[in-house]
Ligand binder design. Structure first.
Ligand code: NAG
Ligand code: NAG
Length: 500
């Protein structure tokens, strides 16, 4: 099996990680203990190489050839975005939702950031999406006319997604304005029935079932001893294996796949058996103007939320929905223990959900902010020494980790393939932990032991990496190049005399 050889690859020692690099023996024991289902799945993380070893990054720099065959992320290529594209593309986008709410999901934010950038570059972008629900303000973008610089939005009659209706609108637009160069589907917005016959289709996967199966395993393991497994959870866990099987069968007929993390790319190639020339890794990006280091802003935010200025030994922060599968039971327990030993360590909690009240009851060391509006997020990240994300369900790639790193903050996150393979790829960037209270507490103790100054130093390395990988402009350049390459093979060559 392929996983055995991956252990012979030279790896950077991750001495600060909790689990030792598993010996082959340990892996064998593990595999024996798990079902066949788990075997298929669990060997995948071992296939993720530490992607920024010196050799890996120099081979990226040296890469030349057909872009369709690169297996690392396109974000690390030097694709220029300062000159206009050689041709304006006509792009159709299928997205179940288009951001209207104040706190849109990661997939919607990605769609908006990407397609607004492509429209600004002069491409003609048409978005097929569900209507805003009643009470929501209409989103930005031209609704009626094809307006240069903005995506043209085509709304369904209803807030509920109906693929057949969206397909009808798409066909009408193709009949009116001519065929599209590329059809882009955000996850399964365009259903298989229509998608399988589209030769110039690109699907971006914001989470696949194999990742859902992994998170199901972690969620069950994180269940307390007195907490019964609900029948609904048991059913969904059992069903997830059939979802993986079904995805493996139907994904193959999609023309091009974009994986938004390195590990998803490996799963699509290695487990889903999609030829590597049709799997492309393009990481999501965050707006580098909205998230940047700013000490003054961070201090102002601390004062505003009542954090003791110089009195705090260390400030940790967490953001997102405060629900069980985001790992809050683990963080709650680990942090209450930590706070009893270190009264000067603070936790700032941004977001709402069932765990909000418990955090609020934890005492003076926790500042529960409730939902933080997007305009305040930069201040929030900047007020921290370290950002935590204990998620048990990291489908796709969590934008909060990228945002924190763009603000120059180190991160502590669950040891998942996507996080290890794309985010915390260097020891310097922070810590990963196995999702249990002891492991998390041990990492938090290390963070406290290292102190603020060391966190700030780690944060600078994070910013450098984030700048080189996670910017919205890098994401947009990568998609633009992929779309050009799908229109005309000449543009698949890299570097290209015409473009690079
Ligand atoms: C979960 O479902 C399986 C069968 O799919 C059953 O064997 C097992 O006992 C169930 N576990 C719980 C805790 O309900
Ligand atoms: C592809 O692009 C190149 C360079 O712009 C051009 O010379 C060629 O004619 C194009 N091919 C097709 C099939 O459009």
């Amino acid at each position: 099996m392929a996983f055995s050889s991956s252990f012979h690859r030279p790896k950077k020692p991750h001495s600060n990680m909790l689990s030792l690099i598993p010996s082959f023996h340990t892996v064998l024991l593990f595999l024996l203990a798990l079902s066949a289902v788990a075997i298929i799945f669990l060997h995948t993380p071992a296939l993720s190489p530490c992607s920024t070893t010196a050799t890996a990054s120099s081979s990226r720099r040296a890469f030349s050839g057909d872009l369709r065959h690169v297996d690392f992320s396109w974000n690390s290529l030097r694709l220029t975005s300062d000159r206009p594209p050689p041709t304006a593309l006509r792009i159709a986008v299928f997205s179940r939702k288009w951001p209207v709410a104040t706190a849109p999901g990661g997939m919607e934010r990605h769609a908006l950031t990407l397609h607004s950038a492509l429209a600004r570059r002069g491409h003609r972008v048409h978005v097929f999406t569900s209507a805003p629900s009643s009470g929501e303000r209409p989103p930005e973008g031209g609704e009626e006319e094809e307006e240069p610089g903005r995506p043209r939005l085509h709304f369904l009659s209803d807030a509920r997604w109906r693929c057949d209706e969206a397909w009808g609108l798409y066909e009408a637009e193709a009949a009116r304005g001519g065929p599209f160069d590329v059809v882009h589907s955000e996850s399964v917005a365009l259903f298989h029935r229509w998608a399988r016959d589209v030769p110039n289709l690109v699907v971006s996967w914001h989470g696949i079932s194999l990742e859902a199966l992994h998170s199901g395993i972690y969620q069950d393991l994180a269940r307390g001893p007195d907490e019964p497994m609900t029948p609904a959870f048991n059913r969904s866990l059992a069903e997830s294996i059939y979802k993986v099987l079904s995805e493996i069968r139907f994904f193959r007929s999609y023309a091009h796949h974009v994986a938004i993390s390195d590990s998803t790319g490996e799963m699509l190639r290695d487990v889903y058996q999609i030829p590597s020339g049709r799997v492309h890794v393009i990481l999501n990006g965050v707006d580098e103007d909205k998230f940047a280091p700013d000490t003054r802003l961070g201090d102002a935010f601390r004062a505003e939320i009542g954090l003791p200025g110089g009195g705090a030994a260390l400030v940790m922060g967490v953001a997102g929905r405060l629900v069980k599968d985001k790992g809050h039971p683990l963080l709650f327990e680990a942090f209450s223990k930590l706070a009893s030993r270190h009264p000067n360590v603070y936790l700032v909690v941004a977001g709402s959900g069932p765990w909000a009240q418990r955090y609020a009851d934890l005492g003076a060391n926790v500042i529960a902010l409730g939902p933080v509006p997007p305009s305040k997020l930069n201040g929030f990240y900047n007020s921290l020494d370290v950002f935590l994300n204990p998620t048990l369900r990291p489908q796709g790639l969590d934008l909060t980790l990228m945002e924190a790193m763009q603000c120059g903050k180190p991160v502590v996150a669950t040891r998942f393939p996507s996080i290890k393979g794309t985010i915390v790829v260097e020891e310097e960037f922070g810590y990963t932990f196995s999702p249990n209270v002891e492991a998390l507490l041990e990492v938090l103790e290390k963070v406290v032991g290292e102190g603020k100054a060391r966190m700030a130093q780690r944060g600078r390395a994070c910013k450098e990496y984030a700048k080189s990988m996670f910017t919205a402009s890098k994401m947009a350049s990568a998609y633009e190049r992929l779309f050009l390459c799908i229109k005309n093979e000449t543009y698949c060559r890299y570097p290209s005399a015409l473009l690079d």
